[in-house]
Design a protein. Structure first.
Length: 268
């Protein structure tokens, strides 16, 4: 369902075939690390529904899903969401990232939740408290950014969304026990690459600081795509820092003022 409680329209067989053709191009570009400038105009998604179908086709080809990313451009906006395939790599803080499939080496500071209980689709919407009770832990994380596009900032928005919204991997730090009572309006974050500060901000997630709103929305309105959220999956809730690019051999480190730190090293 969507946020309005309706299932998005089904794509025609012709439009679905277009998205399969687009997915083949994106997958080849990622797997061979040979980025493209743009999708052919006739294969670009023309609606959010097409972009989501394109995401799902790409993610299905990458096999297992480790979780979902969800965010919003403002605290009141309808969230956007997408799958996080394990193909990109899920790792603990301090891990070294091999150069395979890596080109951009983009990093974003995020806060993510690991589910301890299933939230299957159901007719009655989950309450905020039910979603909170299903969360096992909360963590500082780095979302690794990769793209099939040479310059993802230069392509149209729907084409970028179709390319997994630039998802390329996931690195998580230690759990923060006090997450249920933390005042995220006061939360600060720094991003450094090789010790050089590249970003600092306070309450800087464009979706706002009510991150449970995003997870609850995903459990309810997003269930038509997720098939329900599952124990062990990660739900990451949008960037606090925007995109920062690292280099081969660089170490990227993110420090939240209360949630803690997480770092990753990119091998040459």
């Amino acid at each position: 369902m969507t946020a309005t409680g309706t299932v998005p329209r089904a794509l025609t067989s012709v439009d679905r075939d277009r998205m399969y053709q687009a997915a083949e191009i994106l997958l080849k570009a990622r797997r061979e690390v040979l980025p493209i400038r743009h999708l052919p105009e006739e294969l670009r998604p023309g609606s959010l529904e097409e972009a989501y179908v394109l995401q799902d086709i790409v993610a299905e080809a990458m096999r297992d899903i480790g979780g979902w990313k969800v965010g919003a451009p403002s605290p009141d906006a309808t969230p956007l969401f997408g799958p996080m395939p394990l193909w990109g790599g899920f790792a603990t803080s301090g891990s070294r990232i091999a150069p395979t499939f890596k080109r951009l080496r983009g990093v974003e500071a995020e806060i993510a939740f690991c589910l301890g209980e299933d939230l299957p689709p159901r007719a009655e919407p989950y309450t905020r408290q039910e979603v909170m009770d299903a969360i096992a832990s909360a963590h500082p994380v780095i979302e690794l950014l990769e793209s099939a596009y040479y310059d993802p900032d230069a392509v149209d928005r729907l084409s970028m969304i179709g390319d997994l919204q630039m998802h390329g991997g996931f690195v998580y730090g230690k759990p923060y026990a006090g997450w249920k009572t933390c005042d995220l309006a006061k939360e600060r974050v720094n991003v450094a690459v090789d010790g050089a500060l590249r970003f600092e901000g306070k309450a800087s997630n464009p979706a706002g600081t009510d991150l449970l709103r995003l997870v609850t929305w995903l459990a309810n309105a997003g269930s038509y795509r997720t098939g329900g959220l599952k124990s062990g999956q990660w739900i990451t809730t949008g960037s606090w820092s925007g995109k920062t690019l690292a280099n081969p051999g660089s170490t990227a480190e993110i420090r939240f003022s209360t949630f803690g730190e997480v770092n990753v090293k990119f091998d040459d």
